[in-house]
Design a protein around this ligand. Sequence first.
Ligand code: NDP
Length: 247
Amino acid sequence: MRLKDKVALVTGGARGIGRSIAMLFAKEGADIVIWDVNMQEAEKTCADIEGLGRKAMASQVDVTKYAEVEESLNKILDKFAKVDILVNNAGITKDALLLRMSEADWDAVINVNLKGTFNCTKAASKAMIKQRLGKIVNIASIIGIIGNAGQANYSASKAGIIALTKTSAKELASRNVNVNAIAPGFIQTEMTAKLPPELKEKMLANIPLNKFGSPDDVARACLFLVSSEADYITGQTIIVDGGMVMA
Ligand code: NDP
């Protein structure tokens, strides 16, 4: 029970990696708030969390809209009186080669992935600063470190998240708020299920551990970063990728 009585907010927690993070945190004793645009799946995840004996709350929040984010953060404070943990996990892809990428697809990915992380960090850190306690984890990607053909928008958003992690860590450290990032490699979720089989084969050949990751692999690294075991770690990016990228 490493997170006993903590209150954790997970964006995009309805399914995929966010759902695994929310479930693992609940198993470790945390009450969970999920912000997502997919309310049907979010309600299901909340029911599963309540089945573990923890409190759960799902809100329809589009992380690109600051007014929605701020209003929903106040709802968390009304219900739980605090927010100890924020995981900025909501993310999308809209892939195309640079010359074919539309302005709308560029804006959409930057808005959800990067501006969404900024919006939620800004709102939650206000409360964390007052509490003099908080842990923030941003879900980046190895693509934000090495780049990837066809993902100009996504790679730029994830590189931005890594830089935002370092800046927020520097600004919030004196208030006892730690900010770190996780850069997953290839994780089996609906986001990656749609990739062509030839591409998946090619990627597997580049993974030294010779297997794709699971959402739980990311969730376990996230649990470490929000637990007291990581109290002296801030501004870092942990790569969870089976050894694809070795810095
Ligand atoms: P999924 O698409 O499975 O889940 C993402 C969730 O975020 C969905 O529930 C989605 O809703 C929700 N969401 C989308 N847009 C918004 C928004 N504007 N506001 C709130 N919620 C939103 O993704 P994954 O679990 O695969 O990925 C989670 C994170 O991990 C992302 O940031 C991704 O970039 C990152 N990542 C994933 C990797 C992978 O291999 N899967 C590798 C590296 C990083 P809806 O269902 O309606 O779209």
